[in-house]
Design a protein around this ligand. Structure first.
Ligand code: SF4
Ligand code: SF4
Length: 188
């Protein structure tokens, strides 16, 4: 009987000791947020989802070349001499159609290298971190304003023009008169 009351007493004491922490926390400000209704303000310079401002991109490929995991995919079509594609807001002339600018955010390692080399600062990290998707393909962000079908057509035309130019160059080189090799000096 004595042991029984002792065990009950010990149980009560144990609960009270545990409740002490609970009582202490009841009167402290909470350290958690009611996410997603409330969000933390992320610090400046935070690296989350990338964004590319299409109107300022000059298609220089610097970002794609420096990317350590090759997750930036760019295709450009040179503007015709008669076309004026304008300038980026930094004043850099735009000389090519940016028919494709994709970033695979699933491959990205958030190193930030691409944004540091961008001459027009049109590529930058945002503070958007909620990017869950159901399909893997939805993790590839498309920034070009060209419709894929039009982009394919323009790329095909550019490839055909380049092939024709290469053929014409080869034909011209073949038709050019061959230079006679210089006579070797006579030895006495
Ligand atoms: S942050 Fe790094 S890994 Fe991601 S796209 Fe830019 S260069 Fe590539
Ligand atoms: S470095 Fe900047 S301007 Fe050059 S292709 Fe990349 S995003 Fe465009």
């Amino acid at each position: 009987m004595r042991q029984y009351f002792f065990d009950v007493w010990r149980g009560v004491i144990t609960v009270l000791i545990g409740m002490r922490e609970t009582w202490n926390h009841l009167f402290r400000p909470p350290t958690t947020l009611q996410y997603p209704h409330v969000r933390f303000n992320l610090p400046a310079g935070t690296r989350q989802q990338l964004f590319m401002n299409f109107d300022d991109c000059i298609g220089c490929y610097k970002c794609a070349r420096i990317c350590p995991v090759n997750c930036i995919y760019i295709d450009t079509v040179k503007a015709k001499p008669t076309e004026d594609l304008g300038k980026a807001s930094t004043g850099n002339p735009i000389r090519q159609h940016l028919v494709r600018f994709d970033i695979d955010m699933f491959k990205c390692c958030y190193c930030d290298d691409c944004t540091t080399v961008c001459p027009t600062e049109c590529l930058y990290m945002t503070d958007k971190f909620e990017a869950s998707v159901y399909e893997r393909s939805n993790g590839i962000y498309h920034f070009s304003k060209y419709e894929p079908a039009l982009a394919m057509k323009m790329l095909a035309e550019q490839a055909a023009e380049e092939a024709a130019a290469a053929v014409a160059k080869a034909a011209k080189a073949a038709a050019a008169p061959k230079k006679e090799p210089a006579a070797a000096p006579a030895h006495h």
